[in-house]
Design a protein around this ligand. Structure first.
Ligand code: PLP
Ligand code: COI
Length: 342
């Protein structure tokens, strides 16, 4: 069901915030059963037991991807199969029956197709696609819930960081950590995000856009920027923290690594000492919501380092351009990463 009417929305004023759309996908599965395809329905509140596993013990995962109008007139998704497999990995970690990849992709396509009037014009934002996988059955003991809900809703969004392409200021947190070894930092567990709200709010109240988290063992190696992966460039070499299990394996991170390598850059996945990052020539962060966002300054223990004199660094700009050109099919999709929603 393709809706045609233009929503009354100022596409130029979009921010990264929730806007209710028309339709959503919903499926349920009992523990021990196999997932059966769900259905599209009108966007609606959920009803579940107060004893639902997700409400009591945070047994839940989410994903995030974007659908965009592309230069060839189609609506495209970017590497949604990677979101499907990342959610399967998260499901295994949290004792949730993994949603089959085909079902995940069908749900995402249907949710975009049936909300296509909410996809912003090219270059004005994107339709953010939010799959959720939740323990919706009632359980009192701390154990996997007896029933699960998989749903996909969508919302049109604008830039994640205020100011668009303008380089952001970040603060290294000496007080908080995002994830510890053996925990759930490497999967997109919903419970990973509430503990980051106050650190982020505190940084914002001091004028920073976000916090940079260091590793929880040595308090020395850069892990992530809020909800995006970190990159720095020194003497033309691009470095990003290696995936140690405490860092979310970002789809954008993987794509930047592949784009940069294909252009002849040396890309290192390694431990990055915070001092190495502070002495870098350029820094940026990468994520679905953040895209590629230039970092203009970092504060750590009273030391403030500025990069690029307020300008976006050349390699950051190259990565932003190359990535968004592929995502919007303005350049040839040499890796075969975009998928049209029919
Ligand atoms: N790191 C965290 C903690 C995130 O929540 C996200 C967002 O999904 C990312 C990194 C970037 O991942 P991706 O590029 O797959 O959006
Ligand atoms: C994403 O990039 O999809 C994210 O996860 C950011 C989100 C937490 C707002």
């Amino acid at each position: 069901m393709l809706e045609d009417a233009e929503p009354s929305i100022d596409w130029d004023a979009l921010t990264f915030s929730f806007k209710q759309t028309d339709r959503m996908y919903l499926a349920t599965c009992k523990q021990g059963d196999k997932w059966q395809p769900g259905q599209m329905q009108d966007f609606a509140d959920l009803s579940m037991s107060p004893a639902a596993g997700v409400l009591n013990y945070g047994q839940g995962l989410f994903e995030g991807m974007k659908a965009q109008h592309a230069a060839d007139g189609s609506i495209v998704l970017f590497r949604p199969n990677l979101n499907a497999s990342r959610m399967q990995g998260g499901a295994r970690r949290l004792g949730i029956p993994p949603v089959p990849e085909r079902m995940f992709l069908d749900a995402v396509h249907a949710a975009v197709r049936e909300n296509s009037r909410w996809v912003p014009p090219m270059g004005k934002g994107a339709l953010y696609v939010r799959p959720l996988l939740l323990g919706s059955g009632a359980i009192l003991g701390v154990a996997p819930a007896p029933e699960y809900t998989f749903l996909v809703y969508v919302s049109p969004v604008g830039p994640y960081f205020k100011g668009g392409i303008k380089p952001i200021s970040l603060k290294v947190s000496d007080e908080f950590h995002r994830a510890a070894p053996g925990g759930s930092g490497g999967v997109k567990a919903i419970g990973n995000y509430a503990p980051g709200m106050i650190p982020s709010k505190m940084a914002k109240s001091e004028g920073y856009a976000e916090v940079i988290y260091l590793d929880a063992v040595h308090h020395r190696y850069v892990e992530e920027v809020g909800a995006a992966n970190f990159f720095c460039v020194r003497d033309g070499v691009i470095s990003t923290p290696e995936l140690t299990g405490t860092i979310l394996p970002g789809v954008t991170r993987a794509s930047v690594i592949e784009i940069a390598s294909s252009r002849g850059y040396e890309v290192r996945e390694e431990r990055i000492e915070v001092d190495y990052a502070l002495d870098a020539d350029e820094c940026f962060c990468a994520g679905t919501a953040a895209v590629v966002a230039s970092i203009g300054s970092i504060e750590h223990s009273g030391r403030v380092v500025e990069y690029g004199g307020g300008e976006v660094g050349p390699i950051t700009m190259e990565m932003y351009e190359a990535l968004t050109a592929i995502q919007q099919r303005r350049a040839s999709d040499e890796f075969g990463w975009t998928v049209a929603v029919e």
